[in-house]
Design a protein around this ligand. Structure first.
Ligand code: FES
Length: 121
């Protein structure tokens, strides 16, 4: 039995989101693929999931057509395809995917006295 959130799939396909590659379940919408990538944020976004709110807008090109103009679509409507390159995300998607597309910057390390050795003194 599969996960009821996702349409039945047999394999993962590779998509690129803002230059970073992710394996996602085939035969699912882009928004579901984003949920697969970030299950702890996408469900809490302000998405309607039924093509009304427009908060899931993305632009994409296909790997075999790098010079083609990006196509603007709704992520809750379009199915993912192997080689899809998502080049633009709506603000709502960008906010909800921030943790996977922009990992946190490294934290400073402190010495035994609690002083950051890289800080000027
Ligand atoms: S989630 Fe509302 S239009 Fe796609």
């Amino acid at each position: 039995m599969g996960n009821p959130l996702f349409r039945e799939f047999e394999r993962l396909v590779k998509i690129t989101v803002l230059g970073k590659e992710f394996p996602v379940p085939e035969k699912n919408t882009c928004l579901r693929a984003f949920q697969y990538m970030s299950p702890n944020t996408i469900p809490y976004g302000r998405f309607c999931w039924n093509q009304e709110c427009q908060l899931c807008r993305v632009s994409y090109t296909m790997a075999g057509q790098p010079d083609g103009p990006p196509r603007a679509v709704l992520a809750c409507k379009i199915l993912v395809a192997d080689g899809m390159q998502i080049t633009e995300l709506s603000d709502e998607l960008r906010y909800n995917l921030m943790g996977v597309i922009c990992p946190s910057p490294p934290r400073p390390s402190y010495d035994d006295e609690g002083i950051d050795p890289d800080m000027p003194r």
